[in-house]
Design a protein around this ligand. Sequence first.
Ligand code: PLP
Length: 443
Amino acid sequence: MSYAPPRAASVEKARVLASAHRHVIPGRVTVFNALGIDLVMGRREGYRFSDVDGQEYLDFHLNGGTFTLGHRNPELLGVLRQALETLDLGNHHFPSAARTALAELLTRLTPGNLQYSVFTSGGSEAIDVAIKSARYATGRRTIVALENAYHGRTGLSGAAGDAATAMLFHSDNPVEFVRVPFEDLDAIERALRREDVAAVLMETIPATQGFVTPSPQYLPGVKTLCERYGTLYIADEVQAGLGRTGHLWGVDVWNVKPDILVTAKGFSGGLYPIGAAVLSARAGAWLAEHGWGHPSSYGGAELGCAVAQRVLELCSDAQNLAHARAISEHFAAGFRDIQQRQPFLRKVHRQGLVMGLEFDSPSGGVDMMKALYDRGLWAIVAGFNSAILQWKPGFLVDTAYCDLALERLEAAIEVAKRLPKGSGTRFVSNGRSDGAARAAAGR
Ligand SMILES: Cc1ncc(COP(=O)(O)O)c(C=O)c1O
């Protein structure tokens, strides 16, 4: 696929795009360029951002929830500025007040009995820590994960994700990383029965599959099977956690108590990179045995800890959680109204603010992504289901903002429903560039 510089772009925008194509992310630039999406972010504030040429967008991508509290949230900026007066990254060899305060808060706010926090610089690394911990605790190697899952792209997290991308880097390992279909408890039991499985790794609401809400019995069923066969349950809450479901953690919706919970993205407040694997006493026993089992110079940087602590406070606040649930209902009513006129919006998957909009075309998610982009709203297609558009409103949005988004949604449907069905599919499911497009989409 070739790259054609956009015709209407300013000199500055064209320069950045060309440089990104030459020096940074050629595959992504090319895939988006072929769709007519040549975004270079400029100003950003709250739940809106502009591209460098001044076009404003409502942000319904939030980079997977990284900006769930808004871009440059003033309260979080204040915390970071204050922390910069006295702190820096800190030295990870030694105890630190910022890290212990955050770890204590995580223990208090996570379900079940999670005792330890291993801080990382992002979600992929935290998934690696979760897998290492489960292997240590059980003395087993196998990890069971969903087909077409995304848990990051570092060594172990990448091996647990979709096979095609793991194969690209010769890091696929089908013996140690077993994939099962979503909602298939029998497949999980068949895998666990061999009693060599260290952990089931499960994103609570799989983003790349379009945020399809698990059935009421699925996640509790997985947990029961884990207990039966001595396997640990790792909850990847990188996108579903931090209030986005209307509960602090996605697993709280189904009352599942994981052995390991992973958080990242929004944990950073969109300002300072940080992730965490929160471990039960059993999963984290290696921390006592080997003090340097996972040193990370930037993991748990003290500046990030200060921001993340306030993020947790805001995301666990009862009023904010009630607000998120009310916004979800507001959208539900808006979607029902649109569906009466627009059957092209075939199905809504919704748990709190975690939403996937399924359209009546195999490429509906791609076509809608582009049609909305042209109307000043940025939302991204689900990486492994191009019929579904991920719809991720911010945690603190107001109803006027939602109504504007609903207006733009219907206007975009008017355009996308007239396109030949499947017209955009090639951008997300076409051989080798498949991987690039999928990697570009859905997070
Ligand atoms: C569900 C999930 N897990 C893990 C990750 C990896 O996080 P990071 O990009 O911070 O490494 C992501 C990122 O998109 C994700 O969506």
